[in-house]
Design a protein around this ligand. Structure first.
Ligand code: UFG
Length: 324
């Protein structure tokens, strides 16, 4: 059976595509190659298309028929929070119109299984120890809004058309399942700290006066290989279960502060990493940690890797990148 993976040339998508193939599936990569890396998908059949374009449903229909696609994992989206604040129309167009086009093509092709890439950015600034999926979502930026609207659209399609879908709300994804699939976008804490170390500069810590034990923000860092495994399990669940629609957090259930992440990176690097405290960054919740009971109940999934594994694999991917 063939599974289409949109965004397969990206950081998370490439992990998903490679894992599904290792597990015996045929994978059709769908990507506009705007941010992806060709080498990550050059061993897969590829449909190069921007899903938000008007011709996308027709192109997808033809590809789904040609490759006998049975299910879709949809990751293709724009994901820079700051950029989404500056260019909301572009984000809504890419992320929401892209999904609408995909759902249109799926319905026309009778492809009725979907795993949708959502985000903990849907929650906004929750003031709780651990966020569960029933919490009210109040996103605070257009990126998070597009993911929440995407979930609504998926739910509406599930009701209207019998689509079976799982929406996965990713927490802070990091690490590399293999060195050549590491994150090349230098936007998140771990790659940014590694870049600073490379330049001989101290790690920047955005605020140390938050109401947390060490004053720095707490997040739930999940290894990208564990996240890929959650997608594989979600697909298997859609094969078995008649329930049409689930929303599931993907995290570890454990929080780590910025200073704890820097310390874990220092350990993985085998050297000290000095820190410099910078002002708070706008829009950062002090604490964002997943409740992971539901994904364990529904998919039997738990993260197998911890922060040390994440940092070790990120450092290894960094060395691989520097060597190329
Ligand atoms: N941080 C620093 N120094 C840096 C970079 C980040 O102190 O150089 C801090 C941030 O202020 C924040 C924490 O590290 O407190 C994590 O920041 P990231 O930018 O790595 O991640 P975010 O939690 O802001 O956002 C990430 C993804 C979003 C996603 C969200 C979901 O980037 O796309 O997780 O929880 F929506």
């Amino acid at each position: 059976m063939t599974i289409a993976v949109t965004g397969a040339a990206g950081y998370i998508g490439s992990h998903v595509a490679h894992l599904l193939r290792e597990q015996g599936a045929h994978v059709l990569a769908v990507d506009d190659m705007s941010a992806g890396i060709g080498a990550r998908v050059d061993s897969f059949p590829l449909v190069e298309i921007d899903l938000a374009r008007d011709e996308a449903p027709g192109v997808l229909r033809a590809a789904f028929a040609q490759h006998q696609v049975r299910a879709v994992v949809h990751l293709a989206a724009r994901k820079a929070v700051g950029e989404s604040v500056e260019q909301p129309a572009r984000y809504y167009h890419q992320n929401v119109a892209g999904l609408a086009n995909l759902l249109t093509a799926m319905q026309q092709s009778a492809v009725d299984r979907l795993v949708f890439s959502s985000s903990a950015a849907t929650y906004g600034m929750p003031d709780v120890e651990a966020v569960d999926e029933d919490l009210d979502c109040r996103p605070i930026n257009p990126y998070g809004e597009t993911k929440l609207v995407g979930e609504w659209l998926v739910r509406a399609a599930a009701r209207a058309t019998g689509l079976r879908a799982v929406c996965l709300r990713y927490f802070n994804v990091a690490g590399a399942g293999r060195p050549e699939l590491g994150d090349v976008v230098r936007a998140n804490l771990i790659p940014l700290v590694l870049d600073r170390v490379e330049q001989g500069l101290p790690a920047l810590v955005f605020g140390d006066d938050y109401p947390t034990p060490d004053g720095t923000c707490i997040r739930d860092y999940v290894h990208v290989a564990d996240l890929a495994d959650a997608h594989a399990r979600a697909l298997a669940h859609l094969e078995e279960d008649e329930r049409p629609h689930d929303v599931l957090n993907v995290g570890t259930g454990r929080g780590a502060s910025v200073l704890e992440v820097v310390a874990a990176l220092a350990e993985a690097l085998g050297r000290e990493v000095p820190v410099e405290v910078a002002p708070r960054r706008a829009g950062d919740p002090p604490r964002l940690v997943a409740s992971v009971d539901r994904i364990h109940d529904v998919l039997g999934w738990r993260a197998a890797r911890d922060l040390a594994d994440i940092c070790a694999s990120a450092v290894e991917a960094e060395r691989h990148r520097a060597g190329n």
